[in-house]
Design a protein around this ligand. Structure first.
Ligand code: 5GP
Length: 194
C-alpha cells in the first residue's frame, strides 16, 4: 500500500452518495508534507515527458498541482469556474458538471497563458465521472497544445471517468484507485497497482 492509500485508510471518511471526504489532509486542512510527496511521485511517474505547464481546476486541484509544478519547475495554471461567461474571444471555455455540487459551471482559461507550444500535464484531486478532466482536455485541445498526461490523487475506479480517459489513449496516473467503498461500515478497497 502506498503513502496516499495508507493516509486515506487512516483519515478518509466514506459518505453516502459515493463521496470520499479527505478534508482533514487534502481538501480543507492540507498536510503539506503529504502534498510534497504527491508532487514528487507525479514528477517521477511523468519524468520522461516534456512538460511546460501544469493545468488544474479551482479550487481543490490547486493544492495538488502546486507541488507538481514546483518539481517540474514550470508554471501552474488553473481553470477558473464561472456561472456564465461573456465569451469575448480571450478565453478558452469548457462546460463542466460538478460531481460534488451537481451543478454546471463554465470553466475558463485565458488565451494569454496557454498556447500551441505548451506541453501540459493535467492534475486534479479526484476523478469520478471524468467531467472535470474532459473539460480540461478540451481546453488544451482548443489551444492546439499537447496533453502530456494526467495525474490524479484519488480515482474512484467504480465510476466511469478513469476507463473513458484511458480508452482515449492518454497516460493517466492515479496514486490511489478506490474500487469500492461502503458508507455503512466505512470500508474501502483499493485496486492493486504496480
Ligand atoms: P468528475 O468530474 O470526474 O465527475 O469529478 C471530479 C471532481 O469532483 C473533482 O475535481 C473533485 O473536486 C470532485 N469530486 C468527485 N468525487 C469526489 C469525492 O468523492 N470526494 C471529493 N472530496 N471530491 C470529489
Amino acid at each position: 500500500m502506498n503513502f496516499l492509500e495508507q493516509r486515506i485508510l487512516k483519515d478518509g471518511v466514506v459518505k453516502p452518495g459515493n463521496v470520499l471526504k479527505v478534508d482533514s489532509f487534502l481538501n480543507h486542512q492540507m498536510d503539506i508534507a503529504l502534498l510534497d510527496e504527491i508532487g514528487e511521485e507525479f514528477h517521477r511517474r511523468f519524468a520522461d515527458k516534456h512538460v511546460t505547464k501544469v493545468l488544474t481546476i479551482e479550487a481543490s486541484g490547486i493544492a495538488i498541482a502546486y507541488p507538481v509544478a514546483r518539481c517540474f519547475g514550470v508554471p501552474l495554471l488553473f481553470a477558473k469556474k464561472s456561472k456564465s461567461v461573456n465569451i469575448d474571444g480571450d478565453m478558452y471555455v469548457a462546460e463542466v458538471e460538478s460531481f460534488t455540487h451537481k451543478n454546471k459551471n463554465q470553466v475558463i482559461v485565458s488565451k494569454r497563458f496557454l498556447t500551441k507550444e505548451d506541453h501540459v500535464l493535467i492534475i486534479d484531486d479526484f476523478l469520478a465521472n471524468g467531467c472535470a478532466l474532459k473539460g480540461l482536455i478540451s481546453i488544451v485541445e482548443s489551444a492546439g497544445a499537447t496533453v502530456e498526461g494526467l495525474g490524479i490523487a484519488i480515482e474512484k475506479g467504480f465510476q466511469c471517468g478513469g476507463k473513458q480517459i484511458r480508452e482515449l489513449g492518454y497516460q493517466l496516473e492515479s496514486l490511489a484507485i478506490v474500487d469500492s467503498m461502503d458508507a455503512q461500515n466505512g470500508g474501502l478497497v483499493f485496486r492493486e497497482q504496480k
